[in-house]
Design a protein around this ligand. Structure first.
Ligand code: SAM
Ligand code: SF4
Length: 290
């Protein structure tokens, strides 16, 4: 059986938030003083696994673990191990994570040993002071060590960089050249308005078509056909060997090709990032006495 949404899009990709907590406080994502949810409101690892089983049965082939910060969830490696075992006898083909990278030095080997071959790391700057500013107190050195450890363990890394006006717009070329030296792809993301922050996002918004046009002068990009079912458009250049992606949730609509749904840490299934409609699976799970 396959899972389709009301627009007949086949859902094969599930994004699972395993926690609402984080060890950083990126200004575009969280408030400085966050009140996180009580533990009993967050799905247990067993509940997450049970929901994943159901989605895999319905045709989900790829699961991405995210958060908050997925690597701070206690026993996350145990969950990954269990999910990885399902690759042997189900439709599940791939498990990936999106992480801020602060704990990668510690976990890269565990991740690799438990079937994680690709990860996305969020990094908006390679300037130590700017990193501290955007994450409010993060240590860039830790993340860079984490990236090295991941690469050492043969995990394919992709960098996600949120593009912000007057913050990192002067750094994109340098970031691409840095990523190219490490042979890791990089994707730029338009900053989206979020309620849970104390920043005025309009001050920070930077349309990526502007960023693309500026970078294109240096790199002479050509588009490549790399359909991940996701929102990114990818480009190559004869001057570098990596792929450079652009995700434009604000200036460009990418809904028609979407193949993904999102499960929040409290068990709410969202069909779309841009909409607030959801199905509450925690209620269903916790009231199921069968
Ligand atoms: N903590 C992990 C990390 O930072 O990679 C995973 C969760 S984080 C919410 C997932 C991604 O969302 C990160 O790449 C982050 O940069 C991005 N993000 C968070 N807030 C955003 C916003 N307001 N606009 C655009 N991207 C955002
Ligand atoms: Fe944490 Fe990721 Fe949000 Fe930054 S973007 S505060 S690392 S969850």
């Amino acid at each position: 059986m396959k899972l389709f949404d009301q627009f007949a899009r086949n859902i094969s990709y599930l994004r699972v938030s395993v926690t609402d907590r984080c060890d950083l406080r990126c200004v575009y994502c969280m408030k400085e003083k966050m009140t996180f949810l009580p533990k009993n409101e967050i799905l247990t690892l067993e509940e997450i696994e049970r929901l994943c089983d159901n989605f895999i049965e319905l045709g989900v082939k790829k699961i991405r673990l995210t958060g908050g910060e997925p690597l701070i969830r206690k026993d996350i490696i145990k969950l990954i191990k269990k999910l990885n075992n399902k690759k042997n006898n189900t439709n599940l083909k791939e498990i990936t994570i999106t992480t801020n990278g602060t704990l990668l030095e510690k976990y890269a080997l565990d991740l690799k040993e438990n079937g994680i071959d690709r990860i996305n790391i969020s990094l908006d700057t390679i300037n130590k002071e700017k990193y501290k500013k955007i994450t409010r107190f993060g240590n860039l050195e830790k993340v860079l060590k984490g990236i090295n450890e991941a690469l050492k363990n043969n995990i394919k890394v992709k960098i996600n960089t949120v593009a912000m006006k007057d913050f990192n717009e002067d750094e994109f070329e340098e970031l691409i050249i840095w990523a190219d030296k490490l042979n890791i792809d990089i994707t730029f993301i338009e900053v989206m308005p979020m309620e849970e922050t104390d920043n005025d996002r309009h001050m920070q918004f930077l349309p990526l078509n502007e960023v693309y046009n500026n970078l294109d002068k240096k790199f002479s990009f050509y588009k490549i056909d790399k359909n991940t079912g996701g929102p990114a458009k990818y480009f190559k250049s004869n001057k570098i060997s990596i792929n450079v992606g652009f995700i434009t949730p604000i200036t460009n609509n990418f809904c028609a090709n979407c193949n993904r749904v999102r499960l929040s840490s409290t068990g709410k299934l969202y069909m779309c990032l841009g909409q607030n409609d959801y199905v509450d699976f925690r209620n269903i799970l916790r009231n199921d006495h069968s």
